[in-house]
Design a protein around this ligand. Sequence first.
Ligand code: PLP
Length: 354
Amino acid sequence: MKKHNFGAGPGILPESALEKSAAAVLDFNGIGMSLLEISHRSKDFDAVMVKAKSLVKELLGVPDNYSILFLQGGASTQFAMVPMNLMKSKAAYVESGVWANKAIKEANLFGEAKVIATSKDKNFNYVPKGYTIPNDCDYLHVTSNNTIYGTQMKSFPESPIPMICDMSSDIFSRPIDVSKFDLIYAGAQKNMGPAGVTLVIIKNDILGKTGRPMPTMLKYETHIEGDSLYNTPPVFPIYVCMETLVWLKSIGGVAAIEKTNQAKADMFYAEVDSNPLFVGTCEKEDRSNMNACFLLKNPEMEEEFLKMAKDAGIIGLKGHRSVGGFRASMYNALPIESVKVLTQMMNDFALKKA
Ligand SMILES: *Cc1c(COP(=O)(O)O)cnc(C)c1O
C-alpha cells in the first residue's frame, strides 16, 4: 500500500510522473531504447529539455529576459556559484535558518556576506522582517521557505538591489512574481522532482560584472550559452521534473496548487492548535505551508506517537535534529487525504491519552 509520505526530502512525487518515468526507463517513446541509453543531444531528449523549460516558463510566468537552467550539484553548489558569479565585494544575507547559514559561509569565501537580519535568537522560529536593505551591496539573498524550521516568507521585500532567492522547498507551491528576483534556485528533490538536478532561473543582464576568473562549469554563462547542454545533463532527473510539471499543469498550475496547499496547511495547523497534546514551534504568521514543525508537550510520548503513525502508514514525521519533535512536510504531490489521516490520528492519540 502507498504510504502517506510526509518526508522532508527527497519528497513525495505525483504517481503519474513516477509511472511515466518508470516506463521511459524501459522503453522511451517506443524507440526500443531506454531514456537512459540515448544521447543527450538526440532529438528525443532535446524534446524533453525543451518541454521541461517551457513548462517552467509557463507555470511560473518567467519573463523572456531570463534563462532557465538545469544544473547539477544541488542547491548547495548554488550557495557558492551565486557569490562567485555575482559578488564584487559584499552582499546582504538574511539568516533565517541552517540553509541560509550555509549560503553565508560560502559567500564569505568571495567577499563579505553581511548578515542584515537574523532569527537565530529564537532558534529560527520566525522570519526576519522590517530590515533595511543596504544600497551598496551587490545583491540580497533570501530563503523563501526554511525547510528545517518550518517558516516561510509570505511576502518578499522590495529590494533596491538584485534579489536572489533559494526556493528549494517551496518552488511551484504558489504563484510568484519572477520579475522581482534576479536569480532563483531550487534543488529539485523537495517539490519538483528527484535529487540530481537544480533549477536556476536567472536574469541575463546581471552576469559578467565581477571580472573574477571562474571554472567553466561554475559560470552561469557557460550553461546559458550551452542551453544546459554544455556537458552531459542529468537526463533522468530532468525527465521526472518534466513529468511532474506536466502533472502540475494538468491540475491547474500554481494558482490551483496554492489553494490545495493552503487547505492542507490550514487543516493541519488547526489540529495542532486544538489538540491538547501538541504545540507548533513557529510564530503563527510565519508558519510554512510546506513543512510544519510541531512538538508533543510531553516528549516521553514521542515513541508511542511515531509507532501509531507507522501503523497508520504515515512516514517521514520525525523532526530535524536541530528542532526535535516532528515535521510534517506537505509538498505539492501529498494528497489532502494524507493530511486527513494524520490529523485524525493525532486526534485519536489525544483521545487515547485523555
Ligand atoms: C534541501 C535544501 C537545500 C540543499 O539542497 P541540496 O540540493 O541537497 O544541496 C538548500 N536550501 C533549502 C531551502 C533546502 O530545503
